[in-house]
Design a protein around this ligand. Structure first.
Ligand code: SF4
Length: 71
C-alpha cells in the first residue's frame, strides 16, 4: 500500500519535495525548523494558513449553494 505523501508545512497545500538539502521529510527539514524558531515567520505562516482556510471555506460554501440551488 502506498504511504500518504507528507505535506510541506511551509509550501501550503504542496507535498514535501525534499527541496531542502539533507531533509528526508518535514520532520527533519532545516527550513521548517528555521521558520518554527522565528516568531515573525511563524506569524506570517499562520496568516497564510488562515487566508487559505478562509478561501477553502468560501469555495466549499459556493459549491454547496450551487449544489443545493440545482434542486
Ligand atoms: S524539504 Fe522542507 S521546505 Fe522542502 S518541501 Fe519538504 S518540508 Fe517543505
Amino acid at each position: 500500500m502506498k504511504r500518504p505523501e507528507p505535506k510541506c508545512p511551509i509550501r501550503l497545500g504542496e507535498s514535501c519535495s525534499l527541496c531542502y538539502p539533507g531533509a528526508s521529510g518535514p520532520e527533519d527539514c532545516g527550513l521548517v525548523w528555521l521558520v518554527r524558531e522565528d516568531p515573525e515567520l511563524m506569524e506570517q505562516l499562520n496568516e497564510l494558513r488562515r487566508e487559505q482556510q478562509a478561501e477553502t471555506r468560501a469555495r466549499k460554501d459556493a459549491a454547496h449553494s450551487v449544489a443545493t440551488s440545482a434542486h
